[in-house]
Design a binder for this molecule. Sequence first.
Ligand code: SD4
Length: 312
Amino acid sequence: MASAFISVLKPNNLMALAEENFSPNFTVKNPIVISTWSHGIAANEGAWVILDNAGKSIDAVEAGVKVTEIDITNRSVGIGGRPDRDGHVTLDACIMDENSRCGAVGCIEGILHPISVARAVMDRTQHVMLVGEGARSFAIREGFETAKTPLKEVKKDWKEWKKEHKDEFKKPTINNENHDTIGMLAMDEFGNISGSCTTSGWAYKLHGRIGDSPIIGAGLFVDNEVGGACATGLGEAIIRIAGSHTVVELMRQGHHPQAACKMAVERIIAKHDDVTGLQCGFLAMNTKGQVGAYSVYNGFNYALRTKDRNAI
Ligand code: SD4
């Protein structure tokens, strides 16, 4: 087992805050919102507008990640994302509320806000997940805005990539453009937890590939009696252990969110003979307002927003 690779997450610039967050006695008074990576700062602000006005966590996690989806400079979420190897930008997203209601879209193309389509699947259909052309037709029928993808500059990069790689499949590397999915968890002032997750997935993936991010239990899971978890990183590895569900179940057994994330990461490591280039991370929150995060390699960070904190 490659346990030497395990390392606790320590965001470079605010280590003290991170240490404090992870201590067993640290709890945050709700409302609170946390999300993956530094783009989480802006996303949390989007969620905060709702949370700070006595809004519901489900509305907050939708509004929050929409900020990231619409950021065309982002190469791993939304319409600015990198395409698959055939040049299609296919997006994955899911959402889950405090009543275990959930919705998801996978491999959807040319839609500005996949997270809102996932929400519509949850609110307006009897299904949980729509994929591909069916998801896109549903979105259009329901009046969701379309967008042309890939962006010009993204297409240029893809063409260069194709020239260099021809038929070979791109190996994921650590903490580069492949690992910037946004996963978000929020607890509103009523103590209810919801989560969302949205991504353009693994850059230059095979056409039709769906990662963990739209899969309830893999990229995201919420149980309002326990807490929520979301994931980022190599989706195939996260799916193999039903990652976010695993983290929530470990919290149900009494583990602190930090310990639960670490145990899930250790399980991923144990299932792979070689974790070279395999980066995965989990972020979790329990009903007490305790948070935790852990990844295979250092370098993963998350953003936290409460009434008096707004930090990475
Ligand atoms: C995927 N989990 O499609 C996503 C990629 C990711 O941060 O998380 N990037 O496998």
